[in-house]
Design a protein around this ligand. Structure first.
Ligand code: FES
Length: 104
């Protein structure tokens, strides 16, 4: 199982806000909404669009390419043209430090 990796600090991430982070060869997006943190692959399952570049609507991220929506809490694909969920990753906070552990 992957280890937790420090990806940033809480004090520099606005709420609502997001930051795109590279962990190894993977790009993920860390969201902060309503005091909670969520981490997703920065990849739309429709055609690889960069989810982190899309507008955030509550707990939904809208793919900037063709408009599919995903729930940032679960990675669930909510609207067409995406039909597959995107991967979510585990987030842990220790003091001001934010850590992410990649799921396979
Ligand atoms: S690449 Fe995201 S909706 Fe098409």
């Amino acid at each position: 199982m992957a280890e937790f990796v420090k990806v940033g600090v809480l004090s520099s991430l606005p709420d609502p806000g997001r930051v795109t982070v590279e962990i190894g060869d993977r790009v993920v997006v860390l969201f902060r909404v309503g005091g909670d943190l969520h981490c997703l692959d920065d990849v739309c399952t429709h055609d690889g669009g960069p989810l982190g570049d899309g507008p955030l609507d509550g707990h939904q991220i809208v793919c900037p390419r063709h408009g599919a929506r995903f729930d940032i809490r679960t990675g669930k694909a909510l609207t067409m043209p995406a039909t597959e969920d995107t991967a979510t990753h585990e987030v842990h906070v220790d003091g001001d430090d934010i850590y992410v552990r990649l799921r396979d």
